[in-house]
Write a protein that binds this ligand. Structure first.
Ligand SMILES: Nc1nc2c(ncn2[C@@H]2O[C@H](COP(=O)(O)OP(=O)(O)OP(=O)(O)O)[C@@H](O)[C@H]2O)c(=O)[nH]1
Ligand SMILES: [Mg+2]
Length: 376
């Protein structure tokens, strides 16, 4: 098969794959402008009618990253088709494209340096093989230690933190549903006591995921809610307790103190449990998300990152930047608003989904085939 045919084939494949789901995603985005516990139940009903979803993970990732991929592959195609030599122009243009995809200066520089090094090492003279090298380099930058998810198999209390509106409550709902599906005993704690609506929102998610929730009234001390929830979790032999928190900025001292208090209570009341603090970042804010993670990590211990809203943004490269530049791993990514639209961050899949328009019969194709087979 010629080079052009291969490109075309992969492009068609990805288009077919994303067509149906991208419609769903955009409809959801419209609905989300008026967020109430009532309308939040709608996305789930749509999902519930689908068959078992595990195998659709990759499909959703490919679909969620459509915007980033479209921008990235188009620009990369131009570079790889427009250059025949590995000269400064080639590297400069590549650098520009990676920065545009929100990989950030630092990560981009590392990638380009690494690419130049490997080109020299393998004595590569042509442009085309660099594409695969580029994929490999990016994937290597993002590798997550396997032990990152050990906490899922232990008694764990998870504190979900971050600024306003990034997707904390939604991610808790999605995580609860996943853990429950895997046979874990899950409980939620409504630690965002700022607004009654926040408590109701979490209750809706608890119902949807089919898990218990501990909540008090609006205005009560979040640390007291966490205390109650920890006691209940111990008494009911809960595996994973997910604590929602109010949106806060790292530089608001009283709010950060409140967070520290919640942590102290967990550590004191439940020392045998692992305390996993995850910061939620909105991927569509690009470099701002990276900056937030950096600032939070200076004032509190972070075990990992949940990067949300990677669907509907062309800034999906931020996952690569975060993973490469911070010492905090991205553990989960959100690729939509529905209950199944959260998954573990898998660098190999992520890179495949981002660069799906490759000039080789990519792994994407094989994964999609696997996907389709398991539907039969
Ligand atoms: N498209 C998309 N939307 C998301 C994703 N995760 C969350 N959202 C939406 O983002 C909005 C805010 O989500 P919440 O979960 O309420 O955010 P939060 O951090 O709890 O917000 P506060 O409690 O106000 O601080 C909602 O409309 C969610 O549906 C995602 O991965 N993709
Ligand atoms: Mg919330």
């Amino acid at each position: 098969m010629g080079l052009f045919d291969k490109f075309k084939k992969n492009k068609e494949l990805v288009e077919q794959l994303t067509e149906a789901e991208s419609v769903e995603v955009s409809e959801q985005s419209v609905e989300s402008t008026e967020r109430t516990p009532e309308n939040e139940s709608e996305p789930e009903e749509a999902v519930e009618s689908k068959p078992e979803k595990e195998h659709g993970f990759f499909k959703r990732l490919v679909s969620g990253l459509t915007k980033t991929r479209n921008q990235l592959t188009e620009s990369l195609n131009q570079i790889f088709h427009g250059h025949s030599e590995l000269d400064d122009d080639f590297y400069d243009e590549l650098e520009e494209v990676l920065i545009m995809a929100d990989l950030g200066l630092e990560t981009t520089d590392k990638i380009i340096e690494d690419l130049k090094r490997r080109v020299k090492e393998y004595k590569i003279k042509e442009v085309e093989p660099c594409r695969e090298l580029l994929n490999n380099i990016i994937r290597d930058q993002m590798m997550v230690d396997d032990s990152a998810y050990d906490f899922e198999e232990q008694k764990t209390v998870m504190l979900i933190i971050g600024v306003n509106g990034v997707g904390k409550t939604t991610s808790i709902g999605k995580l609860a549903a996943q853990y429950k599906k895997r046979g874990k005993k899950v409980m939620m704690a409504a630690g965002d006591t700022f607004r009654a609506a926040a408590i109701d929102q979490l209750k809706t998610w608890a119902e949807r995921a089919g898990v218990d929730i501990i909540a008090q009234q609006e205005g009560s001390d979040p640390a007291a809610v966490v205390y109650d929830a920890v006691q209940a979790a111990k008494a009911r032999n809960v595996d994973i307790l997910l604590c929602d928190t109010a949106g806060r900025l790292h530089n608001k001292k009283n709010l950060m103190d409140e967070l520290a208090k919640m942590r102290r209570i967990i550590e004191k009341e439940y020392p045998e449990a692992h305390c996993e603090t995850l910061i939620v970042l909105d991927g569509s804010t690009g470099q701002n998300a990276l900056e937030q993670a950096r600032q939070f990590s200076e004032v509190t211990d972070l075990n990992g990152i949940i990067l949300t809203k990677l669907d509907g943004t062309a800034k999906g490269g931020i996952a690569i930047a975060i993973q490469a530049e911070l010492d905090v791993p991205v553990k989960y990514i959100g690729v939509g608003e529905k209950i199944d639209d959260l998954q573990r961050f898998d660098p190999t899949h992520y890179v495949e989904a981002l660069f799906a328009d490759l000039d080789v019969r990519s792994e994407v194709e094989m994964l999609i085939e696997e996907d389709e087979e398991s539907w039969q």
